[in-house]
Design a protein around this ligand. Structure first.
Ligand SMILES: Cc1cc2nc3c(=O)[nH]c(=O)nc-3n(C[C@H](O)[C@H](O)[C@H](O)COP(=O)(O)O)c2cc1C
Length: 165
């Protein structure tokens, strides 16, 4: 809400914005803020085509925006992920100023890769955004994008009524 319009005012090239966009309403909001396009990360995980374990897709439906947490700040590797046992451990280490050596084994890319495949959400940090609060189903990408386009047009039409009486 703040960064997109600031960036749009600061650059002379089209802006593609990211973060919190998972349906037509949030896409319409991004366009209203001046973005020319949007990127989505979390929403595409819960699609039929995504090759992650089914358990993770169901977890994204079950979990809400408050089920995510920021981690890795203390070592300059900040990310947001799904709350889990492993991220509790990571945050506990960070809280007592544990170092890189203690944290890296828990954050390793190999472990993350394994967790996406096995569906064990407590094995490694799984990066997702607060937009998971808007995920309620597992459509195909085609279904998702068609629905989003229709919803976005509907939202923009409704919003434009604020100007046209
Ligand atoms: C699976 C996954 C991997 C990501 N990897 C990175 C990354 O390597 N670097 C980065 O800056 N952001 C990464 N992100 C964050 C996204 O770029 C994005 O900023 C964030 O997820 C919020 O957008 P969303 O609401 O569409 O998920 C990742 C997100 C996901 C879901």
């Amino acid at each position: 809400m703040v960064l997109t319009p600031k960036i749009v005012s600061s650059v002379k090239i089209p802006v593609v914005t990211v973060g919190g966009i998972a349906d037509g309403r949030t896409m319409a909001a991004a366009l209203t803020l001046g973005a020319q396009g949007v990127m989505m990360a979390s929403r595409f995980i819960a699609t039929k085509e995504c090759e992650v374990h089914e358990n993770i897709k169901q977890e994204l439906i079950r979990k809400q925006e408050f089920d995510t947490v920021i981690y890795g700040k203390s070592i300059g590797l900040q990310g947001r992920g799904l709350k889990s046992k492993v991220l509790e451990e990571v945050l506990a280490i960070e809280a007592r100023h544990g170092g890189f050596e203690e944290l890296i084994p828990l954050l390793s890319g190999q472990k993350v890769k394994e967790a996406w495949v096995t569906g064990d959400v407590n094995y490694a940090p799984l990066m997702v955004g607060q937009s998971i609060g808007l995920i309620n189903d597992i459509p195909t990408c085609k279904e998702l994008l068609e629905r989003m386009a229709a919803e976005a047009c509907d939202s923009l039409e409704k919003a434009s009524k604020a100007c046209n009486g």
